[in-house]
Structure formats: structure tokens, C-alpha cells
Design a protein around this ligand. Structure first.
Ligand SMILES: Nc1ncnc2c1ncn2[C@@H]1O[C@H](COP(=O)(O)OP(=O)(O)OP(=O)(O)O)[C@@H](O)[C@H]1O
Ligand code: SF4
Ligand SMILES: [Mg+2]
Length: 321
């Protein structure tokens, strides 16, 4: 019996760009296998820009179909769910709450339309208000604060809470939140992250949290998967991976976390990022980190590193084989 919430089995997503004569293949996600066990948790995907986090989130949300591999949710292939059934189980939260709502519509209409579309209640106004009220109260907002208002009457933080409330209305099992706090200022960021924690504990919610920011990842994650050029290169309990990174790329990401005692530009990562992205196009078939790794060996440029398990941490690096 499959007792996992979510299983990705060798998921690859290739985008083709260019003209008919010169097509280029982009491996946005490459051979990703991972499992989220049935125990409410925040599972974080972390990686630098272009590492494939959003593409993988879109695969989980069924917005993008994988080129190869499969995704199962609660023991069933995701494509076997009816659309309305799947939406009730898995809900997205996006980076920019201003894009979630139309400036010309009252925000409450979104809440009412979710109720109507999914027939949560059969046009019984009273019950609808109660469901909206519950969703709002779980993000510390009230009907009074929302009724009759338009987008411009809310702060960015309130809008992000509203978009989370809207996602919660269907009582989903999993939230897929792609950079949900990157546009918020520091205090609101902590509020939203604490909210995810609280929802996990009180509503048994699972959250796939996507970020390039290791500090917030450390703050809320139970488990973490580190992505490099489409592949997961290190995965395990968040505290272990972040406090004692095994993969040289995770170590570099950790080093790039802003340190208030360092001057801007002192991090190795900041200084070299653009140059690195260019160089990596020529990295060849082996480890995608080979050209910036201080430990690179001959085999690293030749062969994709095998999976190694060290206790409960998976690492893909020739250092450990
Ligand atoms: N629709 C698309 N067509 C072509 N290439 C794409 C498409 N979507 C993503 N890509 C490419 O796939 C790779 C992964 O992109 P993705 O957006 O998943 O990365 P990301 O980790 O979310 O980055 P960021 O942190 O900047 O949001 C990038 O090289 C990107 O240019
Ligand atoms: S496989 Fe080699 S190049 Fe890649 S991270 Fe490990 S040591 Fe560095
Ligand atoms: Mg992204």
C-alpha cells in the first residue's frame, strides 16, 4: 500500500525553444524522484534562479505535464483525478498577490465564485458567508475588513493573506506556495511563514514551499530538497541539510545567505552568479556544478553523480561515492 502523500517518479520536463532549424532543449526539471510522506509538513524546494523550482511546482499543480516520469498524489496518478476533484486537494499560492485579484472587482467576489464554482454549498448564502468567515479567520482577517473592498484598499501583506484564505476555502490537503513571501517586507514575511506553520499544526495541512532564500527555508521547513539546474542534488531533514550541508552547491547557497555583518558583494555567490550561469551552459554531461566546485574531479565532468544516502540525507555528489 502507498502511504505517501506525493510521489514524483523520475520527473523530467524539457522545454524546446528556438526555430524549426535551430531548436534548443532546456531541461527545466531533470529526473526528479522524491516522496512526501503522510505526516503534515512544510517541504521546501530551494535553489537559485532557473533551477527549475517553478516548473516543478507547475508539474505538481498539473499546469505543466512532465515530458517523462509520473506524479502520484494519495496513491493515484495526478492526471487520473477530475479537475474539480484535484483543485479541492491541491491549491496554489503565488508570489504576487496583485496578480491573483482583478483591480476592477471587489475582492469578496473571488471568495463567492470559489463557492459557486465548486458547489461547496448550494447557493445557501448563509452557509457561504460562514465558509468565507472561517477561511478569513484562519489568516487573521474578518469579513468586516474585506466586505465591499477593492484590491487597492488592501496592503500587500493583507492581499497575500487573502490569496491564502481563498486557497484554504476548499479545505485542501496541500498548498503549493511559489515564493509567497518574496514580495513582502520582513515583518509580513514572518507573519505569513508563521501562518503556514500554524496551518500545518492546526489543519494538518501540507505545504510545498518554494524559495531561493535559505533563511526562510530554515525557519519553516521540515524537509528540504535543493535544486541545481533541474535536478535535486541534496534532500533530507531541513535542519540537517541546512546546518551541515553535504553537497558543495548547498554549502555555496548557505554561504550566500545575507549576513548583516558582511558588506554587500562579499558573498562568493553574489559576486559570481552571472558569470557562473554563462559558464554552466558548457558544463557538459556530468555534474552541473563541476565548473564552480572547489572539489571537482575528472569523473565530475564526465558522469552524472549517483544517488548516495548518508543516514536520512540523499546527496548526489562524487565526493561521497
Ligand atoms: N515556458 C518555458 N519555455 C521555455 N523555457 C522555460 C519555460 N519555463 C521555464 N523555462 C526555463 O526552465 C528553467 C527553469 O525555470 P524555472 O522558472 O522553473 O526556474 P526557477 O527555479 O523557478 O527560477 P526563479 O527562482 O527565477 O523563479 C529556466 O532555464 C527557464 O528559462
Ligand atoms: S560531483 Fe564533483 S563537481 Fe559535483 S559537487 Fe560533487 S565534487 Fe563537486
Ligand atoms: Mg520560479
Amino acid at each position: 500500500m502507498d502511504d505517501s502523500l506525493l510521489t514524483l517518479n523520475r520527473v523530467t520536463k524539457i522545454f524546446q525553444i528556438g526555430t524549426f532549424l535551430s531548436k534548443v532543449k532546456i531541461y527545466a526539471v531533470r529526473d526528479v524522484t522524491l516522496t512526501i510522506e503522510k505526516k503534515p509538513m512544510v517541504f521546501t524546494l530551494v535553489g537559485e534562479s532557473g533551477s527549475g523550482k517553478t516548473t516543478l511546482a507547475n508539474v505538481l499543480l498539473r499546469v505543466v505535464a512532465p515530458t517523462e516520469g509520473s506524479v502520484s498524489f494519495l496513491g493515484r496518478k495526478i492526471e487520473s483525478y477530475k479537475k474539480s476533484e484535484f483543485i479541492r486537494l491541491v491549491q496554489p499560492v503565488f508570489q504576487n498577490p496583485y496578480e491573483t485579484f482583478n483591480p476592477l472587482k471587489k475582492v469578496e467576489l473571488y471568495f463567492r465564485s470559489v463557492i459557486n464554482k465548486l458547489s461547496i454549498v448550494n447557493h445557501n448564502g448563509h452557509a457561504a458567508e460562514k465558509i468565507i468567515d472561517q477561511a478569513l479567520s484562519s489568516v487573521a482577517l474578518t469579513w468586516e475588513e474585506v466586505r465591499g473592498k477593492y484590491l487597492h484598499e488592501f496592503s500587500g501583506g493583507q492581499l497575500q493573506r487573502l490569496s491564502i484564505a481563498r486557497a484554504l476555502m476548499v479545505n485542501p490537503t496541500l498548498l503549493v506556495a511559489d515564493e509567497p513571501v518574496s514580495m513582502l517586507d520582513a515583518s509580513l514575511r514572518v507573519f505569513v511563514l508563521n501562518l503556514f506553520r500554524k496551518l500545518k499544526e492546526e489543519k494538518q495541512l501540507y505545504v510545498v514551499y518554494i524559495t531561493h532564500d535559505l533563511a526562510t527555508a530554515y525557519y519553516i521547513s521540515d524537509r528540504i530538497a535543493v535544486m541545481l539546474r533541474g535536478s535535486v542534488v541534496e534532500m533530507g531533514p531541513a535542519e540537517k541539510v541546512l546546518l551541515n550541508p553535504l553537497h558543495p552547491y548547498t554549502a555555496l547557497l548557505k554561504e550566500s545567505v545575507p549576513n548583516p555583518y558582511k558588506k554587500q558583494g562579499e558573498s562568493r555567490f553574489e559576486e559570481r552568479e552571472e558569470q557562473i550561469l554563462e559558464i554552466e551552459e558548457y558544463a557538459g554531461e556530468g555534474c552541473k556544478f563541476a565548473l564552480r566546485c572547489p572539489h571537482a574531479k575528472e569523473i565530475c565532468r564526465r558522469e552524472i553523480p549517483a544517488d548516495v544516502f548518508l543516514d536520512d540525507v540523499l546527496v548526489k555528489c562524487w565526493l561521497y561515492k
